[in-house]
Structures are given as C-alpha cells and as structure tokens.
Write a protein that binds this ligand. Structure first.
Ligand SMILES: Nc1ncnc2c1ncn2[C@@H]1O[C@H](COP(=O)(O)OP(=O)(O)OP(=O)(O)O)[C@@H](O)[C@H]1O
Ligand SMILES: O=C(O)C1=C[C@@H](O)[C@@H](O)[C@H](O)C1
Ligand SMILES: [Mg+2]
Length: 176
C-alpha cells in the first residue's frame, strides 16, 4: 500500500469519527480525530472553545492541528466538518499520498444524528437546525467534492464503510 494517510471529510454527523475509528482499526493505523485533539490540547470542549473564542479562532486552532497530523504516516485523520470548507483548496493542497474520502449525508440525516448524539455541535445548536444545516451543506458540498472517494454514508454501517474504504485503498495508488 502506497497511501500514507487517510483524510475523511463530510458534514457534521456524517460519521467521520465513527468510520475513522473503524478504518483505523482495520488498517492498524492511528486515528487522529482533530476535534478530540483540540479538546485535549485546550482542556475544554469544542462547544466551550466556540463560546469563548468564536468560530474564527476555532478554525485557526483546527488548521494548525490538521497540519501537525499531516506530518504523520499511517494515520487516519478526521478533521471537523468545517475544516475542508474553511479555506479554498484544502483538499487539493493535501500531500499526494493522502487518500481522501467524502462521507455524504443529507441535511435531514445529519440533523437527526446530531440530535441523537451527546456531542454538542454549536453550529446546529440554534432554534432551526434543519434550515441551518441545509444552507451550510449546500455551501460546503463544493469543498468536499474534490475528495477522491465519495461514499453514501446514510444506509451502510460504519464497519461496512470502513471495509469499502480499505478495499479502495488497496486497489489504487497515489499519483506520483
Ligand atoms: N454509518 C452510520 N450509520 C448510522 N449511524 C452512524 C453512522 N455513522 C455515524 N453514525 C452515528 O452518527 C452520529 C455522528 O457520528 P460522528 O460523530 O462519527 O460524526 P462526525 O462526522 O464525526 O461529526 P462531526 O463533524 O460533528 O465531528 C454518532 O452518534 C454515530 O454513532
Ligand atoms: O462542521 C463544523 O463546522 C463542525 C464540526 C464539528 O466536528 C466540530 O469541529 C464543530 O462542531 C464544527
Ligand atoms: Mg467527529
């Protein structure tokens, strides 16, 4: 396998953290979940960082943590859902030996999953999460689209998605 790392992108609650963990187990690679990394570095939750510092500051911390993660090999890197869309060309700028995956979900599924999960997503915490999610998803999709592999992530289990990703990695090579 010539791929050195994987980056999973997709909307909030598309399953990046869950699928990333399953994929890391399958590959025997390390998971670097950037939200978890920021919580560990900052000693407070994503919600608290957003509340105290604002979104722009959060994006700065996030960008730095992703840059650090990209120095590693044999890692599954899971940025938060906003990383790919926070600046132009983020996926294009990744090292060529990075396998990129977009986990696709509808706004409806994202909101339902976010509602059912215990993690607070500050951008969906308002009074009308469905309207917010629809607008944000439409805005972000063009940023996720340069990912090499697009997977529908609503119907299949995290393990099934991880098997699919690992198999596509086995059967392809980075451009040299
Ligand atoms: N393929 C799946 N099928 C059903 N439920 C899933 C699937 N993937 C993830 N989930 C569930 O959806 C919720 C959100 O998943 P997860 O936290 O992995 O999303 P995320 O993309 O990392 O979100 P964020 O960008 O906000 O960190 C969790 O409760 C998880 O168990
Ligand atoms: O999509 C987003 O903008 C976010 C996703 C989460 O992973 C967190 O990084 C935070 O809630 C913001
Ligand atoms: Mg996550």
């Amino acid at each position: 396998m010539r791929w050195r790392r994987v980056v999973l992108v997709g909307f909030m609650a598309s399953g990046k953290t869950t699928v990333g963990a399953a994929l890391a187990r399958r590959l025997g690679w390390r998971l670097i979940d950037i939200d978890a990394e920021l919580v560990a570095r900052e000693g407070r939750s994503v919600q608290e960082i957003f509340a105290a510092e604002g979104e722009a500051a959060f994006r700065g911390l996030e960008a730095r943590a992703v840059r650090d993660a990209l120095d590693e090999r044999e890692v599954v890197v899971v940025p938060g859902g906003g990383w790919a869309a926070a600046a132009e060309g983020r996926i294009h700028a990744l090292p060529a030996d990075t396998f990129t995956v977009w986990l696709r979900v509808s706004a409806e599924a994202a909101v339902a999953r976010a509602r059912a999960s215990s993690v607070v997503r500050p951008l969906l915490a308002g009074t009308d999460p469905m309207t917010t999610a629809s607008a944000l998803l439409a805005e972000r999709e063009p940023f996720y689209a340069p990912a090499r592999l697009h997977l529908e992530a609503e119907e299949k289990s995290p393990d099934h998605l991880a098997v699919n990703i690992a198999s596509q990695m086995q059967s392809s090579l980075p451009r040299s």
